[in-house]
Design a protein around this ligand. Structure first.
Ligand SMILES: Nc1ncnc2c1ncn2[C@@H]1O[C@H](COP(=O)(O)OP(=O)(O)O)[C@@H](O)[C@H]1O
Ligand SMILES: O=C(OP(=O)(O)O)[C@H](O)COP(=O)(O)O
Length: 395
């Protein structure tokens, strides 16, 4: 197990904390959602209370993307959320940034600028090489310790994630610790274990299904969303050209791969029994035997929800990833709402997927045992993969 904040003597120390506060924006200066900032409050409060000089290291968006931008609004929001003072620096490792780190008072926080403003950060590195990038080589000498709390970015081997532990004593923050504990112990969670795979990442979800079925982690895999449609097509259901096109656009290999899984694990895979389409502005549910439909299948129907709710009722643990339909449209939020409500009735419910977590908040669905802050990182753990940024942390 990685070393945690419990072992860090933080008083007076300059502690670089890598967080994942990569958030949706309404415009360059406004956060649309602060959930990822809130997630790190425990770690940051603990460090400030221990009189650390906390240096916040993070990214926002991808170069060239719509959400690529400054961390100034994040710093302002953290200042509102935390009792301790939060400053912002418009550089990441310049002489000015380093001087600001040196001058930081115990109990204070300094948010450095978006690491991805520097091209090295958007490349993947071996940890030893990452240690020699400009960011790490310049910043590590003014820091005494490194804390990684950025679980949601831990599947990336970028300098701010894998470089610092080569040069500094390293620790897992509280978010990282909880995510590793919960997602790493799914194999020991109460059985039977049911995986609910929906959403749009068809290829990823088929990988997850294969992995958890092969490793005996899943007693049942329940499919919905575009993932469910891929399995229906693989099962020979004529959904209609519109639905088939959406599946094939997402992943041309999906139907073939879903078919292979059905051949091998059909008895543990569950497919929708009906789907919902929009006809003349109304929601219309159609049994799979009565398909094809000209319109695309945008949600699971009531028959499916009822069958899936029965499966979930007997589950010891439910692991969910991806919405059951186009929940953003009121006509098609039914499946997601009902399915996730059924999951909430089980004792142990774990949700992975950044968009899914946001969707559940917008639908007012709360009370899961664990809602992961990570999308890709959570999927990597659920498929038994390793996280490069965790591999390099000190034990
Ligand atoms: N039947 C469907 N047809 C089209 N889009 C769908 C369907 N079901 C779900 N979606 C879309 O899937 C998207 C979210 O899926 P995904 O990105 O895989 O979630 P996450 O990031 O949580 O893993 C939503 O935007 C939703 O509208
Ligand atoms: O939002 C993130 O991951 P996610 O979309 O898998 O939840 C992380 O901040 C990683 O960002 P990246 O996928 O641009 O490397």
């Amino acid at each position: 197990m990685v070393r945690t904040l419990d072992s860090l003597d933080a008083a007076g120390a300059a502690v670089g904390v890598r967080v994942d506060i990569n958030s949706p924006l309404t415009d360059a200066a406004t956060l649309a959602d602060d959930a990822r900032l809130r997630a790190h409050i425990e770690t940051l409060t603990e460090l400030a209370a221990a009189d650390a000089r906390t240096v916040v290291i993070a990214h926002q968006g991808r170069p060239g993307g719509d959400e690529f931008g400054t961390l100034e609004p994040h710093a302002e929001r953290l200042d509102e959320l935390l009792d301790a003072p939060v400053e912002y620096c418009d550089a990441t490792f310049s002489a000015d940034a380093r001087s600001r780190v040196r001058g930081l008072a115990p109990g204070g926080l300094l948010v450095l600028e978006n690491t991805r403003f520097y091209s090295e950060e958007y490349m993947q590195w071996e940890p030893s090489e990452a240690a020699d990038t400009h960011l790490v080589a310049k910043l590590a000498p003014v820091l005494d310790a490194y804390v990684n709390d950025a679980f949601a970015a831990a599947h990336r081997s970028q300098p701010s994630l894998v470089g610092f532990p080569q040069r500094l004593p390293s620790y897992a923050g509280r978010v990282m610790e909880t995510e590793l504990e919960v997602l790493g112990s799914i194999g020991g969670s109460p059985e039977p274990r049911v995986y609910v795979l929906g959403g749009a990442k068809v290829a990823d979800s088929i990988d997850v299904a294969r992995s958890v079925l092969e490793r005996g982690l899943a007693d049942a895999v329940v499919t919905a969303g575009i993932v469910g449609n891929a399995f229906l097509l693989a099962d020979g259901v004529t959904l209609g050209a519109a639905s088939a096109e959406i599946v094939n656009d997402r992943s041309p290999e999906a139907v073939k791969q879903a078919g292979e899984l059905l051949d091998e694990f059909g008895h543990r895979l569950y497919l929708p029994r009906d789907v919902a389409v929009e006809r003349d502005g109304e929601r219309v549910e159609i049994d799979t035997e009565s398909l094809p439909a000209a319109e695309p299948a945008m949600d699971i129907g009531a028959r499916t929800v009822s069958a899936y709710a029965d499966i979930l009722e007997d589950a010891g643990t439910v692991i969910l990833n991806g919405p059951a339909g186009v929940f953003e449209n009121d006509l098609f939020s039914f499946g997601t709402r009902e399915l996730y409500e059924a999951a909430l009735r089980t004792d142990h419910s774990i949700v992975g997927g950044g968009d899914t977590a946001a969707a559940l908040r917008s639908l007012g669905l709360e009370g899961f045992t664990h809602v992961s802050t990570g999308g890709g990182a959570a999927l990597r753990m659920l498929t038994g993969g390793t996280l490069p940024a965790v591999e390099v942390l000190d034990d």
